[in-house]
Design a protein around this ligand. Structure first.
Ligand SMILES: Cc1cc2nc3c(=O)[nH]c(=O)nc-3n(C[C@H](O)[C@H](O)[C@H](O)COP(=O)(O)O)c2cc1C
Length: 209
């Protein structure tokens, strides 16, 4: 069982990145961290080529790697700073481009067997969204991330973190760190308890939906 942690802040000493790492480390599971600051991800052009080409996006950049890892992961943590009462542009760009995975392995849009909105390969898997703000807008930003996980991807959100740090380092905020550790434990437990029935449902969704 493996967790993918996406550290969405482009800052070197990012609070949200620190929390994503802490959650992953507290899960007791294997994990892989991806830092958006190290990657190049261009915006979605809305060309719909992914719908026509089995989820393959024609833009050649590091999103190929993230989409591959999203397809393979058993659980997901995504962190973002709050920019203008929402997730950052870098994170939103990554969220938009990830919708290509809905069309993986299901053929062209106009194939009559293909569901119009594709499939949801992350359905039923567990997730934790993490938002950090200087002082305001974090609840609003959390809404964006939660909708992406729960509504768009049909994931099971086991805990959520949205905090304003007032320019403090998150390592100096024991309550926030404790919440992150607890969220990690919850995520780890959800993974370990993931029933064979759920896995089976997920597999059959993948084949039939
Ligand atoms: C372009 C921009 C917009 C921002 N907008 C907000 C905001 O709406 N509310 C807020 O409280 N902080 C805002 N901030 C501050 C960041 O949310 C804050 O620095 C946060 O700690 C960044 O998270 P990080 O440490 O993970 O990078 C903004 C910062 C930038 C650069």
């Amino acid at each position: 069982m493996k967790i993918l942690g996406i550290c969405g802040s482009l800052r070197k000493k990012s609070n949200s990145n620190k929390l994503v790492k802490t959650i992953a480390e507290s899960s007791g599971c294997d994990f892989d961290l991806i830092y958006l600051k190290d990657l190049e991800i261009k915006p979605c052009k809305g060309c719909a080529a992914c719908m026509m080409n089995e989820g393959k996006c024609p833009i050649r950049d590091d999103m190929e790697l993230i989409n591959q890892k999203l397809m393979e992961t058993d659980a997901l943590i995504i962190g973002s700073p709050t920019y203008g009462w929402d997730v950052s542009g870098a994170v939103k760009t990554m969220l938009d481009r990830s919708s290509a995975i809905y069309f993986r392995e299901i053929g062209p849009l106009y194939n009559e067997d293909m569901p119009f909105l594709g499939k949801r390969p992350l359905a039923g898997k567990s997730a934790v969204p993490v938002i950090i703000a200087a002082g305001f807008g974090h609840e609003r930003a959390l809404e964006t991330l939660t909708l992406y996980l729960e509504h768009n991807n049909k994931m099971n959100v086991v805990d959520k973190i949205a905090e304003a740090t007032y320019a403090q380092d998150v390592y100096d905020l024991p309550d926030v760190m404790k919440h992150a550790e607890q969220a990690g434990e919850k995520l780890g437990n959800a993974l370990k308890q993931r029933s064979p029935e759920l896995s089976l449902r997920y597999e059959s969704n993948n084949l039939l939906a």
